[in-house]
Design a protein around this ligand. Structure first.
Ligand code: HEC
Ligand code: HEC
Length: 290
């Protein structure tokens, strides 16, 4: 009888902790944030303008290729990565795939005002300027032409690795992906990144384990929601591209997940069989004692 009372007390306090205290602590430490908004409804986007890709080609060539390579269209980088990181703080991404990676409204807003679209205006309050100039002096139709051009040259499909490399690798390494050759180090050297960002962006190999998937989706879509004042710009990926990025982080950081999931039920059956055997064994021993 005494044991039962003790058990009841333990169960009672455990339930209070589990139902009352834990969710409360969780809600305090991880305040609820709105889910990722893949429509980027807050940006000054295309406003349904349909651009002319041909005119866009001329405009992009004239305005963007001094900093950005577009390898697929035979615009090689003007400088090597080290010089370009020294000049801009971060190596500007190749634009061959931008039309596939980024939401078109976000892309238009980013071209008009990179710091605003990326939600990093707080970094440029003391007169410093974003390394990519604003193109808000151009006509809305011209911005739409450039977006149409970038979309017209973008590949139909990309691997998860390519999506990750084109949207994150200029700032973040993911070293577990390729330990020997070190080709998945960040494209920009860390010294430059430290100056540009105020800190070295973390290696992303294990973030799929230390953060939940929903956290990663919300964070990439709008880092300010979880880390207010952070230097990481919003990366305006489409839902598909973002799912590929997170899938890649899972491939690299948690490659044994499927095997683990398969093992789970087998292990539970094993425990159950042994629990029954242990119980029978105990019963047989105690029968003689009593
Ligand atoms: C003076 C150099 C410079 C010029 C000119 C320039 N950019 Fe950039 N661009 C950058 C840099 C640097 C970055 C990376 C900024 C960062 O990651 O913080 C960037 C980033 C981008 C991105 C990535 C956006 C994202 O959310 O990650 C796109 C797309 C882009 N530029 C398009 C363009 C287009 C289109 C043009 C021409 C209209 C252009 N850029 C002109 C320097 C430039
Ligand atoms: C222009 C540089 C830049 C780009 C591009 C960038 N990041 Fe970041 N990222 C940062 C910086 C800087 C931090 C550190 C933020 C801090 O601690 O305030 C960071 C932090 C993070 C974190 C850690 C968040 C946490 O909770 O501590 C994750 C996860 C992340 N980035 C994922 C990504 C992914 C995925 C991409 C590509 C879709 C990406 N980042 C693109 C600069 C960048």
């Amino acid at each position: 009888m005494r044991e039962l009372k003790i058990l009841a007390v333990v169960v009672f306090f455990t339930l209070i902790m589990y139902i009352g205290v834990e969710p409360f602590a969780h809600s305090q430490m991880h305040p609820h944030v709105e889910p990722a908004d893949y429509t980027f409804s807050d940006v000054d986007g295309l406003k349904d303008l349909k651009g002319d890709a041909k005119n866009g080609a001329t405009l992009v060539q004239a305005n963007c290729t001094a900093c950005h390579s577009i390898i697929s269209q035979n615009f090689p980088p003007v400088m090597d990565n080290a010089s370009s990181a020294a000049a801009y703080g971060v190596v500007p991404p190749d634009l061959s795939t931008a039309g596939k990676l980024y939401n078109e409204n976000y892309l238009a807003a980013f071209i008009k005002d990179p710091a605003k679209a990326g939600k990093v205006e707080h970094k440029y309050e003391d007169g410093a300027v974003h390394p990519m100039p604003k193109y808000d002096w151009m006509k809305a139709s011209e911005i739409a032409d450039m977006v149409a051009y970038l979309k017209s040259i973008a590949p139909e499909t990309m691997t998860n690795k390519e999506v990750f490399a084109d949207s994150c690798l200029r700032c973040h390494g993911i070293k577990y992906a390729d330990m020997q050759k070190g080709t998945m180090n960040s494209i920009t050297p860390s010294e430059n990144l430290e100056t540009y960002m105020g800190k070295i962006p973390p290696d992303l190999s294990q973030y799929i384990r230390s953060r939940s998937k929903s956290y990663l989706h919300e964070f990439i879509n709008d880092p300010q929601k979880h880390l207010e004042g952070t230097a990481m710009p919003r990366v305006g990926l489409t839902k598909d591209a973002q799912e590929q990025v997170v899938a890649y982080m899972e491939e690299i950081g948690d490659s044994k997940k499927e095997q683990r999931n398969e093992l789970g039920p087998k292990f539970l059956i094993y425990l159950l069989v042994f629990a029954i055997m242990a119980f029978l064994w105990k019963a047989s021993k105690w029968r003689d004692v009593h």
